[in-house]
Ligand binder design. Structure first.
Ligand SMILES: Cc1cc2nc3c(=O)[nH]c(=O)nc-3n(C[C@H](O)[C@H](O)[C@H](O)COP(=O)(O)OP(=O)(O)OC[C@H]3O[C@@H](n4cnc5c(N)ncnc54)[C@H](O)[C@@H]3O)c2cc1C
Length: 376
């Protein structure tokens, strides 16, 4: 299906089904509400076909360009039907499943994620391995019944809701840091897994500590071969820094429009509004080019660090502007709108951390794109 035809038909469908899509949890502000709303919207959109376009047919998709699903994400977030951060897990994790899981596993699992029947999480970061991910220490050793995993992950978004985890483990020696990593697709109800949610400063237990105590993972749950975990992670991270950010920009656009409506007269400096608008358009143009590159079969790589830096910059600029214009409401307000602006302002601080910190993105740009020195 062509993008213009898809856009028009999807917009009509969304208009027609707006009330149905805004289920009982749409107005709620808690993470539980957002998760229930996300499943409801994904299920409704999947059953009507929309959630399947842009994904390959061998994993339950209907085929077509990835631009189709980029527009679906844009439409759902800008209509405030889903929370953009939790929606993006699909864009982050499903492409890697398609690229690295066995065809049978991908065909079985991907439709569950697309339909919102399951949530998956990403177990990469550890207490001593964040920016320096290759130093991760969560270990898996071979046994007769599969890999036995022992160790800890941290900042694992949505782990308390997840049925599965894309998990990086060390299976080789630390001397061969990158080659000694393997990616596993782990059932979160396997005995030996303990999940402890962490409350963030914006008040939602969005991420978790996850402990693995001799957890058995069958060998057919490897994503790629033993030792290919670093390649799988490098496949995944550019999606986290690019396609997943396209619909986030649409959501920021909508919030900026609402801010301009909500701000008291005289509370906004027109020059700053201009600067923020310019940052937003710069990001959207950049992200648009990335979507088209991916849709035409181009590989995403280090260039996506530019997308991530621009996104984090504009996200913080939008909510800095909100903090200035709506200061009383954000600091003192106790209605739902005030709570939402306050929560979004606080959460925007995370934009320079999640998906790789701003400093790390700048290191990648300097070293790998501008050739300003070696990695080490
Ligand atoms: C909202 C949110 C959700 C997240 N979700 C997940 C998830 O689902 N799964 C997951 O695995 N992880 C997740 N993370 C973790 C995230 O990927 C890490 O926080 C991030 O990679 C930074 O690692 P760290 O926290 O260990 O900080 P550190 O690596 O300890 O860095 C601390 C500071 O030092 C700077 N620094 C470190 N090394 C360098 C260097 N070489 N040059 C310059 N500066 C440097 C960093 O930029 C940072 O400012 C999430 C984080 C957030 C905030």
């Amino acid at each position: 299906m062509d993008l213009p035809v898809f856009r028009a038909a999807l917009d009509d469908w969304l208009d027609e089904h707006d009330a149905e899509l805004r289920g009982e949890h749409a107005a709620g502000g808690s993470l539980d509400d957002h998760m229930d709303q996300l499943s409801h919207v994904k299920r409704t959109a999947y059953d009507a076909g929309w959630m399947r376009w842009g994904w390959p047919e061998h994993v339950g998709g209907l085929g077509g360009s990835s631009l189709l699903r980029a527009y679906l994400g844009e439409a759902l977030t800008s209509r405030d039907l889903v929370e953009p951060g939790i929606y993006s897990m699909t864009e982050v994790l499903v492409p890697t499943m398609i690229d690295y899981a066995s065809p049978e596993l991908a065909a079985l699992m991907v439709p569950r994620m697309l339909r919102g029947d399951e949530t998956w999480c990403q177990g990469f970061s550890e207490p001593d391995a964040g920016s320096n991910l290759a130093s991760l220490a969560c270990r898996a050793v071979r046994s007769d019944d599969g890999w036995r995993v022992t160790g800890q992950k941290v900042w694992t978004s949505l782990a308390q809701y997840a049925q599965r985890c894309v998990l990086l483990v060390r299976t080789g020696t630390t001397e061969s840091a990158h080659r000694g990593i393997t990616a596993l697709f782990v059932d979160m109800d396997t005995p030996g897994i303990t999940v402890r949610p962490i409350e963030t400063m914006h008040g939602a237990p969005e991420f978790c500590e996850v402990f693995f105590d001799d957890v058995v993972v069958p060998f057919d749950r490897m994503l790629g071969d033993e030792g290919q975990g670093w390649a799988a992670a490098m496949d995944l991270l550019p999606f986290e820094r690019s396609t997943a950010l396209w619909h986030r920009a649409a959501y920021l656009h909508r919030r900026l429009e609402l801010l301009l409506d909500a701000a008291p007269a005289g509370s906004l400096d027109p020059a700053r509004v201009g600067e923020v608008t310019q940052l937003l358009y710069a990001f959207r143009l950049r992200s648009r080019a990335t979507q088209y590159r991916m849709a035409s079969g181009g590989q995403l790589g280090a260039e996506t660090s530019i997308d991530k830096v621009l996104l984090a910059t504009v996200e913080q600029a939008v909510f800095d502007l909100a903090e200035d214009a709506l200061a009383d409401q954000i600091v003192l307000g106790d209605d739902d709108a005030a709570e939402r602006w306050r929560s979004e302002f606080l959460y925007s601080r995370a934009a320079t951390i999640y998906g790789g910190s701003a400093e790390i993105q700048r290191n990648i740009i300097a070293r790998r794109l501008l050739d300003l020195g070696s990695d080490r």
